[in-house]
Design a protein around this ligand. Structure first.
Ligand code: PMP
Length: 421
C-alpha cells in the first residue's frame, strides 16, 4: 500500500502519511481503494463531502453546468447568483439584511486572509487576537494565527502582532475563568495591556486543534467584549460551517452574531473549491479589488453548492446531523471507561476521541495511531489531530445513516480496545 502512496502522492508534499491507501472511487459514505478494498469514509475529504461521495443529484447539477459555463471569473452569472442567494438564505433574516458576500479564491486560508485584510482596513489597526489550539490555514498569515508551534517554528517572522488567549472548551466548568475574561482584562488595561486589535478570530469547534467545542459563556463573552470595544469578531466556519454541527453555521447555536463569517470546505458539497466571507456592511470600507484572485468564479462549485443547499433542506439533513451525532455520542460513551481514553467530545457530526497516557496525562500519540490503523484495517477511515495527533477525529458525511454510524462505531470501539490494550 505504501508503494501506491509513494507513487501517487507528490514526494514534495509534507503531509503526514497517516493513511497508506490510494483511493479509486467513492459512493455515499464509502470509498474503494485501488486494490478493491471498501472503507467507510469518516473523513469525507476533511469534512468537505457533506453529502458523501458522488451524490447523484450533485453530479447531475455539475454535469449540467459543464455544458454551459465552467469558469466565470468575477462576472455575474446565473449560477453565482443562485449560489449567493442560497448562502444568504441560510442566515437569520435580520443579519441577512446587512450582510455582504465576498468570494475569495479558492481555499479556506484565502478566505481567512480576506477576513483579516477586511478588518485591518476597516479598523486601521494591525494586530489580531487568536486562541490557543486554533487552526486557520497554512499560508503565512493564517499559520501565524494558528496555535500549534510545530508547523510554524521553522518559518521565522510569519506575521507579527498575533496575541493568543486560552480557548475555553465546554468540558471546563461553567463559571471558571474563561479565555474571554483574560482577553477582556488585557484589552481593558490601557497601561500595560495589549493594543486594540483589528479583529478577534475564533472557531466554535476547534477541529484541527483536537475537536474542542467552545463553552457557550466563553463565546458570548468574547462577543460582548469585542462589541463593547468596537473590535470585529471573525468566526472561522471553514470546518464547522455548512451544517457540520447541526445548524448551517455553528455560531447560530451560541446566540451571537459575528461581524465576519469565513466559509469554504463543504460549500459545494462535492469537493469543488469555493471560499467566501460574509460580513457586516459596516465593515465594507475596502476598495473594489482589495482582495482579488483568479479562481473565484468556479461555476461548477456554485451549481453543486445550490444543489447541496436544496438537498440539505429537502432531506432534513440538519436533523440527521443532530440525530446521528447523538447516536455517535451514545455508541462511543462507553469508551471513556478505557483508562487511555481521556475524553470523547463533539457536536453534530464532528467528533473526537482523545487518547492520553493514564500515568501522566500526556497525548498518547502511538495509541491514537494504533487505533487509526486498526480502524483502517477493519474498513474505517478516520483522521487524527490535536496535540501530539492524539485525538482520533470523525467527520462523516452529513447524510450518513444510522446503520453506517453503528458499523463505524463498533469498528472504533474494537480499535480502541485493541490500540489501548
Ligand atoms: N480554518 C479552519 C477552521 C480549518 O479547519 C481549515 C482547514 N482544515 C482552514 C481554515 C484552512 O482551509 P484550507 O485548507 O482550505 O486552506
Amino acid at each position: 500500500l505504501l508503494a501506491h502512496q509513494e507513487r501517487w502522492e507528490s514526494n514534495a508534499r509534507t503531509y503526514p502519511r497517516h493513511l497508506p491507501i490510494a483511493l479509486a472511487e467513492g459512493s455515499g459514505s464509502f470509498v474503494r481503494d485501488v486494490d478493491g478494498n471498501v472503507f467507510i469514509d469518516f473523513l469525507a475529504g476533511a469534512g468537505v463531502l457533506s453529502l458523501g461521495h458522488n451524490h447523484p443529484e450533485l453530479v447531475r447539477a455539475v454535469r449540467h453546468q459543464l455544458d454551459s459555463l465552467t469558469h466565470g471569473l468575477d462576472f455575474p452569472t446565473p449560477a453565482k447568483d443562485a449560489f449567493t442567494q442560497a448562502q444568504l438564505s441560510m442566515l437569520a433574516p435580520e443579519p441577512r439584511e446587512r450582510t455582504r458576500l465576498h468570494f475569495c479564491g479558492p481555499t479556506g486560508a484565502n478566505a481567512v486572509e480576506a477576513a483579516i485584510k477586511l478588518c485591518k482596513i476597516a479598523t486601521g489597526r494591525g494586530d489580531i487576537i487568536s486562541f490557543q489550539g486554533a487552526f486557520h490555514g497554512s499560508t503565512h498569515a493564517t499559520m501565524a494565527l494558528s496555535g500549534p508551534v510545530s508547523q510554524k517554528a521553522p518559518v521565522r517572522d510569519g506575521m507579527p502582532g498575533v496575541h493568543f488567549f486560552p480557548y475555553t472548551a465546554s468540558d471546563q466548568d461553567v463559571g471558571s475563568v474563561s479565555g474571554a475574561d483574560l482577553l477582556e482584562q488585557a484589552l481593558r488595561d490601557s497601561d500595560g495591556g495589549i493594543p486594540p486589535p483589528a479583529a478577534v478570530i475564533m472557531e466554535m469547534v476547534q477541529g484541527e486543534g483536537g475537536n474542542f467545542v467552545a463553552r457557550t459563556d466563553f463565546v458570548r463573552k468574547v462577543r460582548e467584549v469585542t462589541r463593547s470595544l468596537g473590535i470585529p469578531l471573525i468566526v472561522d466556519e471553514v470546518q464547522t460551517g455548512c451544517g457540520r454541527t447541526g445548524t448551517w453555521f455553528a455560531y447560530q447555536q451560541y446566540g451571537i452574531e459575528p461581524d465576519v463569517i469565513v466559509a469554504s470546505k463543504a460549500l459545494s458539497g462535492i469537493g469543488l473549491p469555493v471560499a467566501l466571507i460574509l460580513y457586516d456592511t459596516a465593515l465594507d470600507t475596502w476598495a473594489p479589488g482589495a482582495h482579488i484572485g483568479t479562481f473565484r468564479g468556479n461555476q461548477l462549485a456554485f451549481a453543486a453548492g445550490v444543489e447541496t443547499v436544496r438537498v440539505i433542506r429537502r432531506d432534513g439533513i440538519l436533523g440527521n446531523v443532530r440525530r446521528q451525532g447523538d447516536r455517535i455520542a451514545d455508541r462511543l460513551a462507553g469508551l471513556t471507561r478505557d483508562p487511555w481514553v481521556r475524553q470523547v467530545r463533539g457536536r453534530g457530526l464532528m467528533w473526537g476521541i482523545e487518547l492520553a497516557d493514564p500515568r501522566d496525562g500526556r497525548p498518547a500519540t502511538e495509541v491514537a495511531a494504533a487505533v487509526q490503523h486498526h480502524a483502517l484495517r477493519h474498513g474505517l477511515i478516520v483522521e487524527r489531530g490535536g496535540r501530539g495527533d492524539a485525538v482520533v477525529r470523525l467527520l462523516p458525511p452529513l447524510n450518513v445513516t444510522a446503520e453506517v454510524v453503528d458499523m463505524a462505531c463498533s469498528i472504533l470501539v474494537d480499535a480502541v480496545s485493541a490500540g489501548a490494550g
